[in-house]
Design a protein around this ligand. Structure first.
Ligand code: PEP
Length: 254
């Protein structure tokens, strides 16, 4: 069965010192937690420190973005080889803030996904509709289109199991989460599209998680839905006790 994943997207928050201070408080709180996978996506400047601090723990660490090529004259970019060389094993792809503020296109998400798989990085691919598209009745079309592009020509690999994060743009950082019903409808569409693109087995095994204003007080109702396989948490993951509480609410700490 699909093991749930609770992941923290720290966006552009926390210096290395602040990241390590977070981990000093957080790691003991989840030391014995085995029910869910846990991953943290810190900023690039904190990445190597967080990877080192999370060694020999149950917490995986990933980057928030990368280029798809191994090297080249691309100022400001980081390649998959560079990430793998410092022990980074997860990668967040296609976050709406990258799509909106860094002009990341569906094609780029596809190239990055292929590069992630080629380098054994475990990808979380973010998809989700804007408020305008939802109000125009285009949620399903947007999700299918983003997935069709992202998964085009992709060959799944057991070393890089793909997770899809459904992140409606209108729910990110707004304090109001999508409802369990809205999320379930979207996850059903996503699972069908993954199956259509990658086969029934992938459709069944691919984790589909939700992101958008997840907090300690709404995680329980979200995780009660059988087709929500976890959460991608932004704002509420920045405090160690808040993030641990989310994990604790999702499934009791063992
Ligand atoms: C995110 O950035 O992926 C996210 C879900 O943010 P927030 O939890 O703050 O809405």
């Amino acid at each position: 069965m699909r093991k749930p994943l609770i992941a923290a997207n720290w966006k552009m928050y926390k210096t290395p010192t602040e990241s390590l201070a977070f981990l000093r408080d957080f790691l003991p709180l989840v030391k014995h937690h085995t029910r869910d996978d846990i991953a943290i996506f810190p900023t690039m400047s904190s990445l190597a420190y967080v990877i080192e601090a999370c060694q020999d723990t149950r917490v995986d660490v990933g980057a928030q973005t990368m280029h798809w090529l191994n090297e080249g004259p691309y100022t400001g970019q980081t390649s998959p080889t560079m990430l793998a060389s410092i022990g980074c094993d997860h990668i967040l792809l296609g976050h709406s803030e990258r799509r909106i503020y860094a002009n990341e296109t569906d094609d780029m998400v596809n190239w990055k996904l292929k590069a992630a798989i080629a380098h054994g990085l475990v990808p979380i691919v973010c998809v989700g509709e804007s408020l305008e598209k939802r109000q125009s009745g285009l949620t399903e079309a947007v999700l299918r289109w983003q997935l069709a592009c992202a998964l085009n020509g992709v060959t799944p690999s057991p070393n890089s199991p793909i997770t899809i994060a459904y992140e409606p743009v209108w729910a990110i950082g707004t304090g109001s989460s999508a409802s369990p019903k809205q999320i379930s409808e979207a996850h059903t569409i996503i699972r069908h599209e993954v199956a259509a693109r990658l086969g029934d087995e992938a459709g069944e095994n691919t984790r589909v998680i939700y992101g958008g204003s997840v907090k300690a007080d709404n995680i329980a109702s979200l995780m009660a839905e059988p087709d929500i396989d976890g959460a991608l948490v932004g704002g509420a993951s920045l405090d160690p006790h808040s993030f641990a509480k989310i994990i604790q609410y999702a499934y009791s700490l063992e």
